[in-house]
Design a protein around this ligand. Structure first.
Ligand SMILES: [Cu+2]
Length: 149
């Protein structure tokens, strides 16, 4: 785990150098527990408590392909939705996304609709995600940890 975390951290540093415009770590918005509210806000786009949504994009920077962001953080028990986009240019039109700890394995095709996957982050820990089709395609990590840690 530590080795993986360090390797991913190194990848994060590279990303930070190459593309400062990308945020390498993402925390879902709107995750604060709602106070006992008597009304429902119509049309609210905020995720409900316990729900986290992320868009992960496969990108190419220089000669290297990445899944970005390279770290996503959720809390144990969160219902997580990942929208997976492939924006890597070039001849290969498909890239993979695998998060084996939660039995997720998808192939995302450039130019087609993004893939959307759902799972419950029911165990704390650090779990890798990567492209199962290309060993050199840099992945990232899902961090499941209690808030305030
Ligand atoms: Cu790939």
């Amino acid at each position: 785990m530590i080795k993986l975390a360090l390797r991913t951290f190194a990848a994060t540093l590279i990303i930070g150098t190459v593309a400062a415009t990308y945020s390498s770590t993402a925390r879902a918005q709107g995750a604060a527990p709602a106070a006992a509210s008597s009304t429902t806000t119509a049309g609210s786009s905020e995720a409900a408590p316990g729900e986290k949504k992320f868009t992960l994009v496969s990108e190419q920077l220089g000669d290297t392909k990445f899944w970005l962001p390279s770290t996503i953080v959720v809390e144990p028990g969160d219902k997580v939705t990942l929208t997976l986009k492939n924006e890597v240019p070039g001849a290969a039109v498909t890239h993979g996304f695998e998060l084996p700890a939660f039995k997720i394995s998808e192939v995302v095709t450039r130019g087609e609709k993004p893939k959307v996957v759902h799972f419950t982050a029911d165990k704390a820990g650090i779990y890798p995600y990567y492209c199962q089709l290309h060993p050199g395609h840099v992945g990232g990590q899902l961090v499941v940890e209690p808030a305030g840690k």
